[in-house]
Design a protein around this ligand. Structure first.
Ligand code: DX5
Ligand code: ZN
Length: 217
């Protein structure tokens, strides 16, 4: 199987220093950056939007940017996020009426399509969109905040996806760190988001190396 990629979430980083924090994560081995966008409606928290992502892109030219859109109306932000230099636009299917249409618009704007599900959403709800999805994100915490505990029972979703779609990129997000990454990789996840475990570490490089060592075997 392919080597899993590690994408730190900058949610719990020093957001007033986002470019430096991001560059440090990349220098320490991050494969991509996971940018958590929250609108205060889909989730009870507020982070940042496309102006911030665009400013970050101006300083960090080549890294792969994923925006995790925890927003009520993901269609609204497609073109500003494409313009801001986002590579992968991951949105939650729960509030969206026409997931196929939104996915198509994301694709037409030149970004990859990620479809995310909350812990309470059945994995089979994704089935009818799988021909258009580049990535599926299985949330392993309730979206909204960093630093929550990993929900191991979400691994059955990952297992089902891996069995059904051998070549799919499957991402996990929430409470993932050196202790919880193994069961994610075993279940079949190959894109690993990690927030506080990496960002809060005194030695980021070591933590990312430890995580990579676990998923290598
Ligand atoms: C939760 C976010 C996650 C999360 C990751 O709403 O989508 O990206 O903050 O942070 P940790 O790894 O601390 O759970
Ligand atoms: Zn996220």
């Amino acid at each position: 199987s392919v080597q899993a990629k590690i994408g730190p979430s900058i949610l719990n980083a020093d957001l007033s220093n986002l470019a430096e924090e991001s560059q440090k994560l990349l220098d320490n081995g991050a494969d991509y950056l996971h940018l958590d966008v929250m609108d205060g409606t889909f989730v009870p928290n507020l982070t940042f939007g496309h102006p911030m992502v665009k400013s970050l892109r101006n300083k960090i030219k080549t890294a792969f940017f994923e925006t995790h859109m925890m927003v009520q109306n993901p269609e609204q932000w497609i073109s500003p996020m494409a313009d801001a230099g986002v590579n992968l636009y991951t949105f939650h299917i729960e509030p969206v009426e026409d997931v196929c249409k939104v996915s198509r618009l994301v694709q037409e704007s030149g970004m990859k399509v990620g479809l995310a599900i909350k812990p309470g959403t059945e994995v089979k709800a994704l089935e009818k969109y799988m021909s258009i999805a580049d990535v599926v994100l299985v949330m392993t915490v309730e979206p909204g905040f960093g630093g929550q505990s990993f929900m191991a029972d979400m691994m059955s979703k990952v297992e089902w996806l891996r069995e059904s779609y051998p070549n799919l990129d499957i991402e996990v997000d929430g409470g993932v760190g050196p202790k919880t990454i193994e069961c994610c990789a075993k279940a079949g996840a190959n894109m690993i988001v990690s927030g506080t475990a990496v960002v809060g570490a005194s030695d980021q490089r070591q933590v990312m190396k430890d995580m990579r060592d676990v998923v290598k075997s």
